[in-house]
Design a protein around this ligand. Sequence first.
Ligand code: ADP
Length: 261
Amino acid sequence: FAVFGAPIFNERKDWKGTVLVFHDITEIKRLEEIRKDFVANVSHELKTPITSIKGFSETLLEGAKDDPELLDEFLTIIYKESRRMQLLIKDLLELSKLEREDVELHIETVSLKEMVSDVLTLVDYHAADKNITITSDIYEDIRFECDASRIKQVLLNLVTNAISYTPGGGKVIIGTKDEIDEFTLIIKDTGIGIPEEDLPRIFERFYRVDKARSRNSGGTGLGLAIVKHIVEAHHGKIDVRSEINKGTTFYITLKKKFTKY
Ligand code: ADP
């Protein structure tokens, strides 16, 4: 508790008493801790690629550049690490925009079928590379109002994760449950699953079940935090069920008509 006090006087300046304000600062302290953790995490996430970029460019400058094979190998690493930094910064900026209450959404009517097909084109290479089959079980199209590029981002993040956390030869299935005013988008994989104790935390910024695996798959650790913010900005719901070594299913429920409130 933080306590603030102020004396009270009457018109003749006699002391009449003191007002004490007890302020519960548990929440303020908690938010302060979250902010500090966040800064520490961002610094750490940026330090890893920058150390590697610096190290490999120094080695090149010290002479490794004269060996064409090393030149190629090291430049590829430098390129990948700078790309990772670029993605991280892009995600950080998007997240900080979404965390503002007044985030601006560009609402338009879209076709779910078209959106899913656009996303599948984007992940096609990644899926084929891992021999993962993606099927879309959307037969009847659903038209709904949303910020198209942001909802597409939600779908892209969830499908990319489904591919990344599913071993080669596995399956990713996209389906829907259509209702009158709303619908649920279902993204199911046959992957590694998420331990029950981690499930409530996966939407936190930088929370990863397996850090090494996530980094190797190119993840920034911000994907699901962004997904949750976008869904909430649309007044939608997100849910997840998972079973270890069986797979994970994400459910996104959105209203067909967007209402600002
Ligand atoms: P990342 O960039 O690490 O993938 P996300 O925020 O997208 O970050 O996801 C957070 C963590 O949740 C991941 O590191 C992973 O441990 C877990 N996760 C997300 N999606 C899946 C999935 N489909 N199957 C298994 N684990 C998943």
